[in-house]
Design a protein around this ligand. Structure first.
Ligand code: FO1
Length: 332
């Protein structure tokens, strides 16, 4: 049962987790579901790692490492140093506390639990009241075409430090994947108040979610306004390779290009205040545009942006519906 006025946020990476925390701090927990990208998931040393789910859980539980943007604060590294002593390739590092989550998730998955069920269990155990939901219980894996060949996401992101030049992105398994049961229920709910595309990488974090058959179509049919928050501020990404990838794909590194990427799907777009002068030209395209501080440094900034997004969505609920004439996002 989905309570009236429910908000769904689509999230991946650090930017997504920051706004998710803001939303969690201003909404009753029963009113918020956060859908995590699982295109970054992979197997490492036999363990199932779900980086974007972990970022959300650690951030909402208040135990995330704010310096690295991944893993736990106050972490110890006994496992990793012993692994290195054994000659294990340690390009991907997992601290001891983080490791416990990967071991638990892997063992529950091997005994037949779904990723949705395990994620929910871990989140509740970590004291999180909002719903954290994987985009799918089926494997969808992001691969990048680069100048050094095809790379699995974590090979590109961590092993190669996002250095290779990207010419294409695909989501292996998306054709046969289904939205996770709770995500499906939310997409079909008449009680949704808003869908928020967090300021995550549109190509690597949000597109995998949108690549799952039926998601874009369901968002187009749902009356809830869909609002995207710009991950690009002053021609740069706050963190990560978004701007670099846009440049390599031949897309202008601007908020307008992000809005254009989501064309036909979103009703509203939130620009950073420092890009406020773009609002008039963007609004000229018929898109509702809001200006806010999207650079979330403090918890107050996260809550303030969340309030602005929710207020914006309330205004859009009452505005005449913008025709979502083309419920297809151009996926790169
Ligand atoms: N990112 C790194 O740059 N280096 C790491 O060693 C690393 C380990 C790691 C362990 C668990 C986890 O959940 C995430 C981890 N990440 C690491 C981050 C992660 O691979 C990426 O930041 C995300 O996939 C991007 O959203």
């Amino acid at each position: 049962m989905i309570p009236k006025g429910h908000v769904v946020a689509l999230s991946g990476g650090v930017g997504g987790a920051k706004l998710a925390l803001g939303l969690a701090s201003v909404l009753p927990s029963s009113q918020l579901s956060i859908v995590a990208n699982t295109g970054d998931d992979f197997e490492y040393l036999g363990l199932h790692i779900s980086p974007d789910i972990d970022s959300l859980i650690y951030t909402l539980a208040g135990v995330n490492n704010p310096v690295t943007g991944w893993g736990r604060a106050n972490e110890s590294w006994t496992f990793m140093s012993e692994a290195e002593r054994l000659g294990i390739d340690s390009w991907f590092r997992t601290g001891d506390k983080d490791l416990a989550v990967h071991v638990h998730r892997t063992s529950r998955l091997r005994s037949g639990s779904s990723l949705s069920a395990v994620t929910d269990e871990i989140a509740r155990r970590m004291g999180i009241a909002a719903n954290i939901i994987p985009m799918s219980d089926d494997p969808v894996r992001t691969y990048l075409e680069t100048d050094v060949g095809t790379l699995a996401f974590q090979d590109y992101f961590v092993r190669h430090g996002c250095k290779p030049q990207v010419s294409g992105i695909r989501f292996q398994g998306c054709e046969t994947a289904a939205p996770s049961p709770m995500f499906r229920q939310l997409l079909d709910s008449p009680d949704l108040a808003a869908v928020v595309l967090c300021p995550s990488n549109p190509y690597l974090s949000i597109d995998p979610v949108l690549s799952i058959p039926g998601v874009v179509e369901a968002l187009a049919c749902n009356k809830a306004p869909v609002i995207a928050v710009s991950p690009i501020v002053q021609g740069q990404a706050i963190k990560g390779p978004t701007a670099k990838i846009m440049g390599e794909l031949g897309v202008p590194v601007t908020p307008a290009a992000v809005a254009d990427h989501y064309q036909g799907l979103i009703d509203g777009f939130v620009l950073d205040s420092s890009d406020g002068e773009l609002s008039r030209s963007m609004a000229g395209t018929g898109l509702a545009v809001e200006v806010a501080n999207t650079v979330m440094q403090s918890l107050g900034d996260r809550a303030s942006l969340a309030r602005t997004v929710l207020e914006f969505s309330r205004r859009l609920q009452h505005a005449p519906a913008r025709p979502r004439h083309n419920p297809r996002v151009r996926l790169s």
